[in-house]
Ligand binder design. Structure first.
Ligand SMILES: NC(=O)c1ccc[n+]([C@@H]2O[C@H](COP(=O)([O-])OP(=O)(O)OC[C@H]3O[C@@H](n4cnc5c(N)ncnc54)[C@H](OP(=O)(O)O)[C@@H]3O)[C@@H](O)[C@H]2O)c1
Length: 338
């Protein structure tokens, strides 16, 4: 397993992070512990959870596992923002909720610090000063090591960054966006911002919920049993999302590149992400040890330049102003003296 710097920090994380959203949901405690053991045995040190996955059960399962392991070797990321209980203030990024949520996560995780506390999403009600001032204080108090952000837009992230700089507060060091061969709108504003600011990018749903594994052979109309889409009650959502020409074209290209490279479609889709600017560690989602072993095989090799280009080309989104080449040329041509 290779390691990458977590953005501008001095911390090294494995270039694959183990996501734990399936823990306590599709995977029971004993099987989750096996997945954690398998991941660290393969050299992984980076775990991602949230205080709302399986209503806190995911954090609890990590906690019972961590109790028997060397805490210092693990880089542990969790999140706060979404509803944790009944009541008007049991959600959001207010000082009141954060100062309740973080100690609760620490209790479930059976640890006295969180390496990366990520705000799970934007909170339109709470001033940024209140949120990031509280996160600064939690860092100074030693309860968290670094601050991260998930699901922000670029202007929201940049506002938070500039605020922290102006106040001398600990700045957010990472962004966790949805990002995959299927979800590429992330590249319009977020990725260039992360490159410019040296922010670590931690893509969630790197296989588009399993779609890019290639196991949905007939689009999503007759999904295999025991799969996320097969078990979902919201077939309409997945049909809207994946029953289209672009999705079919991407999976076809992933399959063909996989067979050319002697890898599996999942490994190819993950390796493509690892080749993208600013990406630090895609967050793996797995249900079985077989999926974990397969997905860990996404590192230690690289797609050829031609294969990366082909996958990027087949998954291109329509790019219009102000992101198209013409707008870019207009911005820069006079600076090149043309
Ligand atoms: N910040 C956020 O808002 C946010 C949102 C979502 C997720 N996340 C984080 O990102 C992590 C990953 O998200 P995700 O679970 O959506 O990731 P994903 O990689 O897009 O999907 C994972 C799912 O795909 C299937 N799969 C994985 N490997 C496979 C393989 N080799 N062959 C066939 N099927 C395979 C499994 O589902 P089935 O076997 O059930 O089909 C697995 O649960 C989560 O655990 C969480 O930590 C964050």
């Amino acid at each position: 397993m290779r390691f990458r710097k977590l953005g501008r920090t001095g911390v090294l994380v494995s270039e694959l992070c183990l996501g734990t959203m399936t823990f306590g949901w599709q995977v029971d405690e004993a099987a989750s512990h096996q997945l954690l053991d398998g991941f660290v045995t393969a050299g992984g040190n980076f775990l991602d959870t949230s205080n709302v996955y399986s209503s806190g059960k995911s954090e609890e399962i990590i906690g019972t596992w961590l109790a028997g392991h060397d805490r210092a070797r693990i880089v542990l990321a969790t999140k706060a923002r979404f509803r944790t209980a009944e009541g008007a203030n049991s959600l959001g990024l207010s000082r009141k909720h954060l100062l309740h949520a973080v100690p609760e996560s620490l209790r479930r995780l059976q640890t006295d610090y969180i390496d990366l506390l990520q705000v799970h999403a934007w909170d339109p009600l709470t001033p940024l000063e209140e949120t990031f001032g509280t996160l600064h204080r939690l860092t100074e108090d030693g309860l968290i090591r670094y601050v991260g952000v998930s699901n922000y837009r670029a202007w929201q992230f940049e506002q938070a960054l500039q605020l922290c700089r102006a106040r001398g507060w600990h700045e957010p060091v990472s962004l966790q966006p949805q990002y995959s061969l299927y979800s590429r709108a992330t590249e319009f504003e977020l990725i260039p911002m992360c490159v410019a600011e040296n922010i670590a990018v931690l893509p969630w749903s790197p296989l588009a919920g399993g779609f890019l594994s290639g196991k949905y052979t007939d689009g999503v109309r007759s999904p295999p049993a025991g799969s996320r889409i097969g078990e979902s009650k919201d077939a309409e959502f997945y049909t809207r999302r994946f029953d289209n020409e672009r999705a079919a074209r991407i999976v076809r290209a992933v399959r063909e590149v996989a067979s050319e490279a002697g890898k599996t479609p999942s490994q190819v889709a993950l390796n493509w992400l690892l080749s993208r600017p600013a990406v630090t560690a895609p967050i793996l989602g797995v249900r079985t040890m077989g999926q974990l072993a397969e997905n860990l095989g996404a590192t230690g090799w690289s797609l050829s330049e031609a294969q990366v280009l082909r996958l990027s080309h087949e998954s291109d989104l329509e790019v219009t102003y102000p992101y198209d080449q013409r707008a870019e040329d207009q911005q820069t041509s006079d600076r090149r003296g043309e």
